[in-house]
Design a protein around this ligand. Structure first.
Ligand code: SF4
Length: 755
């Protein structure tokens, strides 16, 4: 046995970006724990972090390309797998055009450097408009509201949790999610820090979540009414003369319009719909205005609902009107070291953001961020006609579990002429594929959180090399994506990957060299490429982004600046300091102002007004539930993470349980307009009366999937109940919270009388 070796890497499993310390013996990982010296996470780690080892060793993980045959999947060579894709894809493209090929990207792509940098190369090569992702079952409303207000959809202000005195959170459970659209490891510690310095944490949620239990105040709210509550708080600020954007006043457009819109939403007018007393709403608004440094933060519960964009917008309207946007302790804009769209182009002004540059074929819904609502994916596959999706690529995704009316999607997948999946598992989605191409395990991949550092509560940068080096069996994912690009563009299975990589790199360089605001504007591309000659693939692109980024060495003009080499020398990461004010520099609106009342949002207020007065029948509504040991629809094949009592249960309030004849530990059928699932019941006063909560991501009961552990803890798929026709109109995000349902007890079968 060789001596133990210690290595460090960032955990790629969620947005918290925790530093991990790994012990290796004889080339095998023997221990994983938090990296105490990590500049951001300081040793914090959640139970999922240690799962990298069982994930890597999982016998169910796909290690060779799989080809569907009459007798099931068979392992084939990479050339044979790609040859089969070429043979079947080209006729689809020739007969029906590029929009006949769809693509779905799952959440893990956001944590994957190869996929972030090379996935878009492949998508561009396909040329399809039929792109879908997990964004529209999660966070698209926030991108749309931020894009319309600040000009760039990734310019999302995050609460400055380490300096704030008052944090109002809606639909967020960071103690389970570990932060979402907010990269901040150890949220429990950070929330406790707020209280320890005399601050206040307030949670609004239909469920008394783990986060709510840590808070000073928790208010139950009826699902889907966050926009009403937030509008009422805005109303109070204006009515009581508390609205004051402070130094931002000169940077804002539309304050009067917001005031006029809020006039209809007095606390007394929304209290019945929200379920929060008007006096409490007024007090929350006053507390928020009075706090020295405060931030409002809304997350998935405010997005996956009927008025997701309005709620997301109002969160930042409140941050502006209380003078808390862009100041320490308020809601601030992070500045990522690489790839931050809001650090490019002319500071303070841009083209702005819009949706609807093209529309879906069947329902005519607008694109946002270049993709369509995933709630439309099934109908775009199963509705015949010109433009119908006939071939589909999925990348690290499981839409058969994670999208609304999942039953329809599963049937639709069966009708495809070709389905190709790049994935580590044969899951409920990829089991429909004709070809599955494996991706390497995280221990065989390098890592840099290109996307998430743009949402971090502190400016940091951390690069991790592949702990176990390249996988001898599974090529690097960027390599696979470029080979697929070769196939799609007619260069065939033997396409020159190096030449393709050079081409992609040259495009990236030219974009920056031709940007007058770039630190390398006008420089000689050949000279700069020569400085990167020792690298290829994602490392070369990342080095470029770091060196031309806001902290970079700018290829010589800022000699002490960041390079990949410098980052590699710091295995615990580099702390680039606390968040700093960035307005007006961060803005990319065409007006150069914060647009407080953008037209698409103002238009949607009418829909909200109508819903406020709509008749409510008092029936039950369904919401989701985030769980610490789950990661949406995956990670359920890791034994340590599914051990213990059944977690896929329905939380029901005692009053509802009594009224409906449900028993704690019994089972219930939960029925919506779309389907029925059967789940165990947990009776708890931690849920609002009239609401039932079932976690998403379960339902591993497909016998064709190869998830041995998950199948033994299958649970039920709550997305069978979601209606694909119910969306947040401006963003197209699916409505997964506030679904009308009925609950009925499942009675034990009567014994059959003896003959
Ligand atoms: S909190 Fe997220 S990043 Fe940190 S160890 Fe857990 S899964 Fe990994």
């Amino acid at each position: 046995m060789t001596d133990a070796v210690t290595a460090y890497r960032t955990c790629p499993l969620c947005e918290a970006t925790c530093g991990l310390e790994l012990t290796l013996e004889d080339g095998r990982v023997t221990r994983i724990r938090g990296d105490a010296e990590d500049v951001f996470s300081h040793g914090f780690v959640c139970p999922k972090g240690a799962a990298l080892k069982p994930l890597h060793e999982d016998p169910d993980r796909v290690r060779m390309p799989l080809l569907r045959t009459a007798s099931g999947f068979e392992e084939v060579s990479w050339d044979d797998a790609l040859g089969e894709i070429e043979r079947r894809l080209q006729p689809v493209l020739e007969r029906h055009g590029c929009d006949a090929v769809g693509a779905y990207l799952g959440n893990p792509n956001a944590h994957n450097l190869d996929a972030l940098l090379y996935g878009r190369v492949l998508l561009k090569a396909i040329g399809t408009k039929n792109i879908f992702s997990a964004t529209t079952v999660d966070q698209m409303p926030k991108h749309v509201s931020a894009g319309l207000m600040f000009g760039a959809p990734l310019s999302i202000p995050v609460p400055d949790v380490d300096r704030t005195d008052y944090l109002l959170m809606l639909g967020a459970n960071p103690l389970a999610s570990n932060g979402s659209l907010l990269t901040a490891p150890d949220m429990r510690g950070r929330l406790r820090g707020i209280r320890a310095r005399g601050g206040r944490v307030v949670v609004v949620d239909p469920r008394r979540s783990r986060t709510a239990e840590e808070a000073d105040e928790h208010h139950f709210i009826r699902p889907g009414t966050d926009a009403l509550l937030l509008f009422a708080a805005v109303h109070v600020l204006f009515e009581e003369g508390l609205a004051d954007p402070g130094p931002l006043a000169g940077h804002c457009e539309g304050v009067e319009e917001v005031q006029a819109l809020a006039a209809a939403f007095a606390p007394e007018a929304v209290t019945d719909a929200c379920g929060i007393p008007a006096g409490e709403i007024r007090r929350i608004a006053r507390d928020l205005a009075a706090a020295e440094r405060a931030a409002v933060y809304g997350r998935i519960g405010t997005c996956t609902q009927e008025f997701g964009t309005l709620a997301s917008w109002l969160v930042d309207v409140l941050n502006v009107l209380t003078g808390n946007l862009d100041r320490p302790g308020g809601a601030m804009f992070p500045k990522g070291a690489a790839g931050a769209a809001n650090t490019r182009g002319t500071p303070g002004r841009g083209k702005g953001f819009r949706t609807g540059r093209w529309h879906t074929r069947v329902r005519g819904l607008p694109e946002a961020l270049g993709e369509f609502p995933v709630a439309c994916m099934a109908e775009e596959i199963d509705t015949e006609g010109e433009g119908q999706i006939r071939a589909l690529f999925t990348f690290a995704g499981n839409p058969a579990v994670s999208t609304p009316n999942a039953g329809r999607l599963r049937r639709a997948l069966e009708s495809l002429e070709l389905m190709v999946s790049v994935d580590i598992y044969v899951n409920e989605t990829t089991r429909h594929a004709d070809v599955i191409l494996p991706a390497p395990s995280p221990l065989h991949r390098s890592h840099y959180d290109l996307a998430l550092y743009q949402l971090a509560a502190r400016n940091v940068a951390n690069y991790s090399p592949a702990i176990l080096g390249p996988d001898p069996e599974v090529p690097a994912e960027w390599h696979t994506l470029l080979r697929l690009t070769g196939v799609v563009t007619g260069q065939g299975v033997g396409a020159d990957v190096d030449a393709l990589d050079d081409f992609v790199m040259a495009g990236l360089m030219q974009r920056d060299i031709q940007d007058p605001a770039s630190p390398v504007a006008g420089r000689d591309a050949g000279e700069l490429m020569a400085e990167l000659a020792s690298r290829r693939g994602p490392e070369r692109m990342l080095d470029w982004m770091l060196r031309t980024g806001p902290y970079g060495d700018h290829f010589g003009s800022n000699p002490d600046g960041l390079t990949l080499e410098r980052l590699k020398a710091e295995p615990h990461g580099i702390d680039l300091g606390p968040l700093e004010p960035r307005i007006p520099e961060v803005l990319r609106t065409s007006s150069g102002k914060i647009e407080l009342a953008p037209e698409p949002i103002v238009t949607d207020v009418t829909r909200l007004e109508a819903a406020r007065s709509a008749h409510r029948n008092g029936g039950m509504v369904l919401i989701g539930r985030r769980q610490l040991r789950s990661n949406n629809s995956w990670m359920h094949n890791v034994p340590n993470l599914v051990r213990g009592k059944d977690r896929c249960t329905a939380h029901v309030h005692p009053d509802d349980a009594e009224r409906l004849g449900l028993e704690d530990g019994g089972r219930a059928n939960v029925t919506s307009e779309r389907g029925t699932i059967e789940v165990p019941v947990e009776v708890t006063d931690g849920i609002m009366p009239g609401v039932v909560s079932i976690p998403h991501g379960w339902g591993h009961d497909d016998p064709e999937a190869r998830l041995t552990v998950a199948a033994a803890h299958a649970g039920a798929n709550s997305n069978v109940l979601a209606d694909e026709l119910a969306i947040d109109v401006p963003s197209g995000n699916a409505v997964l919270n506030g679904i009308p349902v009925e609950l009925a007890p499942v009675r034990a079968a009567e014994p059959v009388p003896a003959a």
